[in-house]
Ligand binder design. Sequence first.
Ligand code: HEC
Ligand code: HEC
Ligand code: HEC
Ligand code: HEC
Length: 245
Amino acid sequence: MRQLCLLCHPVHYVEHGRCVDCHRGNAASERKNIAHAGLREGKYANFMLGNQIELRDGQRLLDTLACRRCHVSGGRGNRLAVNLDSSVIRKSAGEIALLVRHPVANMPDFALTEAQITTLVNTLLAGSVGREMAVSGPVRVHFNTTGKSGADVFSRKCGSCHRLLSERFGASGTGAIGPNLSGLFSVYYPETFRNNLPWTGRRLSTWLKNPREIKPWSRMLPVALTAAEMKELDGILSITPGADR
Ligand code: HEC
Ligand code: HEC
Ligand code: HEC
Ligand code: HEC
């Protein structure tokens, strides 16, 4: 089929593929509005040129900011929020960039630069390649349940300073003084316990007794929990193993 994009644009990167492989859009229309439906701007198509340095930077950003503690990207991650492989297939790159720039209520605002957002969008797009079939499941949407329930141990004892997405309750907590604890007991949460160890129920229990024993300058004060409350908290924080497959 002829690429009608060429009625208005010169060819470039032909050796890498067709216009729509990189930019999406509709190559069968000579009307600009239709041809440009879902168009991906050039800066979000960079990943198609196989620039390994940019993709490595993007993976590093994804890891440092720990996007996978809530999302699946490239087939890996917790399923506490929407699957990003599916998002980038369903939405245009410009929309994805907008949603990272202005996150919804239950996603942390990372205050990213435009360059970082562009790199992240390229990385998310690269991760979704070939996953069209794998991501056809239902999309999970979170409503803030705080105030409605609020009786669980996390909401009562932690929620004034922390926020959490959990499999059991969805979004809980309203605080922003402490870090967002979503996915704490998973490999996707940063290893911020002593000596860069990952968090476990036992380590959390040690932390709650006296955070300063783990981090001398910690701003968090001890929180006293009964054994029953600790068990309830473990349950709320638990993540189904292998949920990212
Ligand atoms: C009828 C002419 C026409 C056709 C057909 C057309 N374009 Fe465009 N395109 C334009 C014009 C004019 C612009 C300049 C910006 C604007 O007016 O939207 C543009 C802008 C673009 C941009 C830059 C967008 C931005 O926001 O920076 C891309 C990428 C692009 N076109 C790709 C395509 C692809 C891919 C196709 C085929 C699927 C296509 N165009 C078909 C006329 C066309
Ligand atoms: C291999 C991927 C790839 C293919 C194939 C490709 N482009 Fe691009 N395009 C890019 C990238 C990346 C940029 C960003 C600037 C650059 O690197 O030149 C870009 C930039 C552009 C721009 C300038 C505006 C902008 O958004 O940056 C237009 C217009 C455009 N491409 C249209 C087309 C058309 C029409 C075709 C088909 C003939 C096509 N491209 C094929 C990757 C591609
Ligand atoms: C604490 C959990 C959490 C973290 C960490 C997180 N997000 Fe989100 N994100 C969400 C929630 C919640 C939504 C809203 C959709 C939903 O309820 O699943 C969302 C939505 C999005 C969307 C919009 C998707 C769509 O289809 O509407 C994008 C894109 C996104 N996140 C990218 C990122 C990126 C990139 C990172 C890492 C820099 C990140 N998120 C980190 C929780 C998180
Ligand atoms: C009064 C506010 C407050 C309350 C209540 C609170 N925290 Fe914290 N928490 C913080 C602050 C502030 C930090 C950042 C600590 C630092 O300075 O390192 C933190 C850090 C943490 C960390 C370390 C995370 C990391 O990545 O470094 C964990 C785990 C944690 N809190 C769990 C909990 C749990 C579980 C509860 C409820 C049982 C709770 N916190 C209650 C304020 C609070």
